[in-house]
Design a protein around this ligand. Structure first.
Ligand code: CIZ
Ligand code: SF4
Length: 310
């Protein structure tokens, strides 16, 4: 690539030329967040993908999110800067094993967190995100038997919050799973006025000491509007970019993981770069392509979610 090229200007030119929209998740690099037309968490991005008039959706996030955009927009071209941007949580639910598990519990409704493959979506009755999971559960009768997949931490948190006893698939996210309770506790001692805010994909022990638990968007809103000036943030570090932008005078400290690193990046989200974003817009590849039968089957439970959380 020509190092002199102004990639930001080129991306703006391509957006116009190709009637393309750039959707970015809060976990991608800050410079990509800044060139995006729309920034959001998985629910916000799915809703935006459904309502856009663009011809091409450029998805700076991970594969299951771009796939969700394609499921909702079969006639539009959906491109992802790097097809290797997968997800450890989605990988933790292989379709064959999950299908066998489901068949053992035929009287259960299957609710799956949107962080899963299209094969798992096709095996589900309703999709949810961390923003709307409670509302979706509350729309169902108390005695309804439910399988929740793939995140056991989010599932356990929801069981506790709603008083349900959902059967949990034992998946987890490698990023949220490895926050160190010990290091967060030490950090709290050094910052006695800081509040700990955490995503429900974190382990129960971390959620127990958190002052606030919420989805990516809820954490952002809380951090900006709460009167506290200092926060220890237990989720993917990319979200700090927007927190700092929206509340420049506040202090946001990434919660430390137990792997020796200072902060916690999702290696998949970080495969997105400005260079790859530009290249995928220019050459319209790699593209998300889907088998039509699978797409239709995976769309049904997403539509149910979008209806409930409109
Ligand atoms: O861990 C993720 O990938 C999350 C929390 C996505 C989202 O926006 O809900
Ligand atoms: Fe998947 Fe976790 Fe990365 Fe989110 S942060 S994309 S759940 S691996």
């Amino acid at each position: 690539l020509d190092v002199q090229m102004d990639l930001f200007a080129e991306i703006e030119r391509l957006k116009k030329e190709k009637n393309a929209i750039v959707l970015a998740h809060y976990y991608v690099d800050g410079d990509i967040q800044d060139v995006a037309d729309f920034l959001g968490d998985s629910l916000g991005l799915a809703q935006k993908a459904q309502s856009t008039n663009a011809d091409m959706i450029v998805f700076a996030g991970v594969h299951f999110m771009a796939e969700t955009a394609k499921i909702l927009n079969p006639t539009k071209k959906v491109v992802l800067p790097d097809l290797k941007a997968g997800c450890s949580l989605a990988d933790s639910a292989p379709a064959g094993l999950f299908k066998a598990f489901k068949e053992k519990h035929p009287d259960h409704l299957v609710i799956s967190y949107i962080n899963c493959t299209s094969d798992i979506k096709a095996l589900s009755d309703i999709i949810c995100t961390s923003s709307n999971a409670e509302a979706i559960l509350n729309s169902l009768p108390k005695e309804q038997k439910i399988i929740f997949a793939p995140d056991k931490n989010l599932g356990g948190y929801l069981n506790k919050k709603t008083g349900r006893d959902m059967l949990l698939w034992s998946g987890a996210c490698m990023v949220h799973q490895i926050f160190s309770l010990e290091k967060i506790t030490k950090l709290k001692v050094r910052h006695p006025n800081a509040k700990v805010i955490a995503h429900p994909e974190c382990e129960e022990a971390v959620l127990r000491i958190a002052d606030f638990v919420g989805s990516t968007t809820q954490l952002l809103k809380y951090a900006v509007t709460d009167k506290t000036e200092e926060f220890i943030v237990a989720t993917e570090t990319g979200i700090l970019h927007q927190m700092q932008k929206d509340a420049p005078y506040k202090t946001f400290i990434p919660a430390p993981p137990n792997n020796g690193c200072a902060c916690n990046d999702c290696p998949y989200m970080k495969l997105n770069s400005i260079e790859k974003l530009y290249l995928c817009m220019e050459y319209e590849t790699p593209e998300i392509l889907m088998d039509e039968e699978l797409r239709v089957a995976a769309k049904k439970p997403i539509d149910r979610m979008l209806e409930i959380s409109r």
